[in-house]
Write a protein that binds this ligand. Structure first.
Ligand SMILES: NC(=O)C1=CN([C@@H]2O[C@H](COP(=O)(O)OP(=O)(O)OC[C@H]3O[C@@H](n4cnc5c(N)ncnc54)[C@H](OP(=O)(O)O)[C@@H]3O)[C@@H](O)[C@H]2O)C=CC1
Ligand SMILES: O=C1O[C@H](COP(=O)(O)O)[C@@H](O)[C@H](O)[C@H]1O
Length: 489
């Protein structure tokens, strides 16, 4: 099918020389151009604090593209065409007088998209300055996470943005929603009646969501230490995954139908009291260990670190959803840095059949599992039980997967990076894959009570060795309920 070009737009990237822009956003824009999706007249404005010759800054962007786009996807022709779309403007985003120059770069007939790849503390100021020079009318704004660091601060950011932009022109990024396999959760659940009829407490015993990262802090100690893994990963990516698994079927695929259902899940999350924290939540911090056979430092020995920090780099928790569909079905969430491998996966554990007729010693095999692998090696596997082959086997059971590996099955298709999909959807004006204000706020409300509980208890995070699956307490968290982390691993 030929690629459908978008309307022309002016894409103003605030924070164009920052880590996110250089590592993710410019490569994603390059890929969209390479795929023939950008309108010929689309312009990209790289906006950053640095003054001086624009050509020097544009060269830095070119170097980043050469570094971050895979060599086989980078051709000189594509690169030259892409770079010709770029202009650079040095400005302080918080100085109103700097916006006169920006005004000159924006053609009035084009759709303006303003992408804020800056700290959230600057979002309100940029919005006010855009409005002051008449650049807010019709403009779409894209906000990076995290929006604030708790409910109060996130409301302040959202309110400052809302002074200028209505909700239907605000695109809050959670890049997990742009991942191909995360979107597939909607297709898997709602295009296959096989699953949806079973998707409740009658048939599912529990759900696991693991987002393990192999990397450590990667030079982001300053940011990360203020956040921690709960704010950095659970508040957004893991709770969004939980919502997509747990939500009721939306009446259609419109942004608000999906968001309404997600909000209902967030509202139904059972609060975890201080008394329950020790049993229901585990926080950890990595100490020196190894990764891929190489020694790696502990969190407190990372570059620019503070040796006193008790910020968590790992969280495992049990969440319960108080509604008809999920009563009594725990959702076990786990995420950490410096784990043995990069792995994001969801495991749906189905209940055993009501009456068991096979050999007693095979009982532990019973119970289908649906394993949804989000990254890497994207795919879906359904563990089913069959009879072992052979004349001498009797009715011996074995468990094996019905497997769908996306890369093997759909060989021709390149799996796009999440940011490519998200930028494309902003250009299309489609908010499906973006997070509404109330989702962010309910997620903060639930996370705030955990952080507040930790403060009250004053307990340090539990140490775990870099390259392991987290503190032993995270194993106890699930074995206490008579279960174990799938394939651990
Ligand atoms: N990097 C990542 O992987 C991810 C980042 N994010 C989010 O994306 C956003 C950007 O992150 P990241 O790229 O890592 O951060 P960086 O600090 O690398 O980049 C932010 C850029 O914004 C610039 N900036 C800030 N204030 C102003 C101002 N008043 N005028 C002009 N420039 C300004 C900074 O310049 P200066 O340094 O001079 O202040 C810096 O170049 C943040 O909200 C972050 O939380 C989200 C997910 C992942
Ligand atoms: O938002 C963030 O996500 C990354 C993990 O993203 P992934 O796409 O590589 O799974 C995480 O490393 C980072 O700390 C966090 O801010």
């Amino acid at each position: 099918m030929p690629a459908m070009k978008l309307e022309s737009c002016t894409f103003a990237l605030f924070g164009a020389l920052g880590d996110l822009a250089l590592r993710k956003l410019f490569p994603a824009l390059y890929q969209l151009d390479r795929a023939g999706l950008l309108h010929d007249a689309t312009r990209i404005l790289a906006l950053a604090r640095e003054t001086g010759e624009p050509s020097g800054h544009l060269r830095a962007i070119e170097q980043a593209l050469r570094l971050h786009v895979p060599a086989k996807e980078l051709t000189e022709t594509d690169l030259t065409r892409f770079l010709a779309r770029l202009s650079y403007l040095g400005m302080d985003f918080l100085k109103a007088e700097d916006y006169a120059a920006l005004l000159e770069h924006v053609s009035p007939q084009d759709q303006l998209i303003a992408y804020f790849a800056t700290p959230a503390s600057v979002y309100g100021g940029i919005c006010a300055n855009l409005a002051a020079v008449g650049l807010a009318e019709g403009t779409r704004v894209v906000l990076e996470k995290p929006i604030g660091h708790d409910l109060t601060s996130s409301r302040a950011v959202n309110d400052a943005v809302a002074q200028v932009f209505p909700e239907n022109r605000v695109y809050r990024i959670d890049h997990y929603l742009g991942k191909e396999t995360v979107q597939n959760l909607i297709a898997l659940r709602f295009a296959n009646s096989l699953f949806e009829t079973q998707w409740n407490q009658n048939h599912i015993s529990h759900v696991e969501i693991t987002v393990a990262e192999k990397v450590g802090i990667e030079g982001r100690w300053g940011y990360f230490d203020q956040a921690g893994q709960l704010r950095d990963m659970i508040q957004n990516h893991l709770l969004q995954l939980l919502c997509l698994i747990a939500m009721d079927p939306p009446s259609d695929l419109s942004a608000d139908s999906i968001r309404d259902e997600k909000v209902k899940v967030l509202k139904a999350l059972e609060p975890i009291s201080v008394e329950q924290l020790g049993q229901r939540v585990v926080r950890g911090q990595y100490v020196a260990g190894s990764s891929d056979g190489r020694p790696v430092p502990g969190y407190l020995e990372e570059e620019n670190s503070n040796t006193q920090s008790d910020t968590e780099t790992f969280v495992a928790l049990r969440a319960d959803i108080r509604n008809w569909r999920w009563a009594g079905v725990p959702f076990y969430l786990r995420t950490g840095k410096r784990m043995p491998q990069k792995l994001s996966q969801i495991v749906i554990h189905f209940k055993a059949p009501p009456h068991y007729i096979f050999a007693p010693e095979q009982r532990q095999l019973i119970g289908n599992k649906l394993i949804i692998r989000l990254q890497p090696d994207e795919g879906i596997a359904l563990q089913v039980l069959t009879k072992d082959q052979g004349l001498d086997k009797g009715m011996q059971l074995r468990s094996g997967p019905l497997q769908l590996s996306f890369s093997d099955t759909y060989r021709s298709a390149r799996i796009p990076d999440a940011y490519e999909r998200l930028l494309l959807e902003v250009m299309r004006g489609n908010q499906n894959l973006f997070v509404r204000k109330d989702e962010i706020e309910y997620a903060w409300q639930w996370c705030d009570q955990l952080i507040d509980g930790w403060h009250r208890l004053g307990e340090a995070p539990k140490p775990y060795t870099a390259g392991s699956w987290g503190p032993m307490a995270s194993v106890a968290l699930i074995t206490r309920d008579g279960r174990s982390w799938y394939g651990d691993l």
